[in-house]
Design a binder for this molecule. Structure first.
Ligand SMILES: Cc1ncc(COP(=O)(O)O)c(C=O)c1O
Length: 448
């Protein structure tokens, strides 16, 4: 198969060429470059509902949804109206606004946090939450899990050290060793690794941060009780438990992953980070939590944090409109669509003899193209053993049929409430050919 399909994408190809001349790799966030799958990244001209249209006029069913924010689908009429109204009143003041209060109230009403502070990206949210946890506890150590992504914060771009309870090393050039020297990286879903780390370092741990349910190494559900166990071990050692709901927040339930575990089991994270859906497609994110912890934040407390565009009025309007429209009906629709798609993907792959594991938490899911015989993917080591070559074949066969999947095997597939039967039927119709392409690729032994 010709993965670049230049006959369908001359305008995208030309723009990619121009973009590469003026921007590293031609993109403003790496995964958009299609490096993991090869071929020409599609430059998007517009989007509506469940569909994207590229600059060549090809229309795709979108399963990326801007990597999570577009819960209601693209260009939702009421969200656009709220944005238009807000923008007409001026786009930024650098002073408090009513919309910030309303969005904060909506978030506090839906989630376990008592107070929130708005920022402009998920990266800023996790970076600030960690600073606050360190300021609150007077400790430095941060515990995280391999494969959990929390944005490009220096101390969190860390790879595991030589042993489980040893300190991390930088995960990328440009991060000083000193930035990761106070980070411990553990295998996800591994209680004994967490117990060992706390047994050795517990009195120095400021916080443990985890994706509420990982969606950045593919989707991996926490094993039953795992998040509650983390909350408990943090509390026993005087460390804060930070639940990163940037991806899961307001997506898997109206209160995020917390709605599936903490709310049911009766525990709360100390701090939570949010982003994506709560910004309605604009750069808005937040961190929040216990009032006594948040009270340590400037100007009430001594821990400094600020932002020129924090709480931007247009972003607040988009977020507020999105959350108000994210009703129980929306979540019920997403649950149903997701269940149908998971089933259809699995049966098409099974039919074509392609080994796979569906990872899911609530309506958020992804597909691991595993080696034959593998039946579960509990952590990053297992996720890393998947057949990316098989995914690549599947991805391009879907793209040929105008279904736009995340261009990486390690990402969640995002549905929206705008994915109606017509959109879902189009995806389902594309599956058999894509599964056959994956099957052909899986018959070739994995490289290396
Ligand atoms: C769980 C999680 N945390 C944090 C981030 C960083 O957010 P942003 O890309 O807005 O900086 C992401 C982004 O994908 C994420 O998925």
């Amino acid at each position: 198969m010709n993965v670049s399909s230049p006959q369908n994408t001359p305008e995208s190809a030309a723009l990619f060429e121009r973009a590469r001349a003026v921007t590293p790799g031609g993109v403003n966030s790496p995964v958009r470059a299609f490096a993991a799958v090869g071929g020409t990244p599609r430059f998007i001209r517009s989007a509506r509902g469940a569909y994207l249209t590229d600059v060549d006029g090809n229309e795709y069913v979108d399963l990326v949804g801007s990597w999570g924010p577009m819960l209601l689908g693209h260009a939702h009429r009421e969200v656009l109206a709220a944005v238009g109204e807000a923008a007409a009143g001026g786009t930024s003041y650098g002073a408090p606004t009513p919309a910030e209060v309303e969005l904060a109230e909506e978030i506090v009403a839906r989630t376990p946090v008592e107070q929130v502070r708005f920022v402009s990206s998920g990266t800023e949210a996790t970076m600030s939450a960690i600073r606050l946890a360190r300021g609150f506890t007077g400790r430095d150590l941060v515990v995280k899990f391999a494969g959990c992504y929390h944005g490009h914060v220096d101390s969190l771009l860390a790879s595991a050290g030589s042993g489980l309870a040893t300190f991390a090393v930088p995960g990328t050039p440009g991060v000083p060793a000193a930035s990761t020297a106070a980070t411990l990286v553990l295998p996800y879903n591994d209680r004994s690794a967490v117990e060992a780390a706390f047994a050795e370092h517990g009195d120095q741990v400021a916080c443990l941060i985890t994706e509420a349910a990982p969606g950045n190494m593919g989707v991996i559900a926490p094993q039953p009780g795992f998040n509650g166990f983390l909350a408990d071990i943090c509390a026993r050692h005087g460390a804060l438990f930070i639940s990163d709901e940037v991806m899961t927040g307001f997506r898997v339930t109206r209160s995020g992953q917390y709605g599936l575990d903490g709310a049911v089991e009766g525990w709360r994270p100390d701090l939570v980070t949010f982003g994506k859906v709560m910004g309605g497609g604009f750069p808005a994110a937040a961190f929040g939590g216990r009032a006594d912890v948040m009270a340590r934040l400037s100007p009430e407390g001594p821990v400094y944090q600020a932002g020129t565009l924090s709480g931007n009025p247009v972003a607040m309007a988009a977020g507020l409109a999105t959350l108000r429209l994210a009703t129980d009906d929306v979540y019920a629709t997403l649950d149903k669509s997701s269940a149908r798609l998971q089933e259809e993907v699995s049966s098409a792959l099974t039919e074509a003899g392609v080994a796979h594991v569906i990872g899911a938490t609530g309506n958020m899911f992804g597909v691991f193209f595993v080696e034959d015989g593998v039946t579960s993917v509990p952590d990053f080591a297992a996720a890393s053993r998947q057949r990316v070559d098989v995914f690549r074949a599947f991805f391009h066969a879907m793209l040929e049929q105008r279904v736009y999947l995340p261009p990486s095997a390690f990402e969640a597939w995002f549905l929206s409430a705008a994915h109606d039967d017509r959109a879902l039927d189009r995806i389902v119709a594309a599956l058999p050919a894509a599964a056959r392409a994956a099957g052909a690729a899986s018959d070739v032994p994995a490289a290396g």
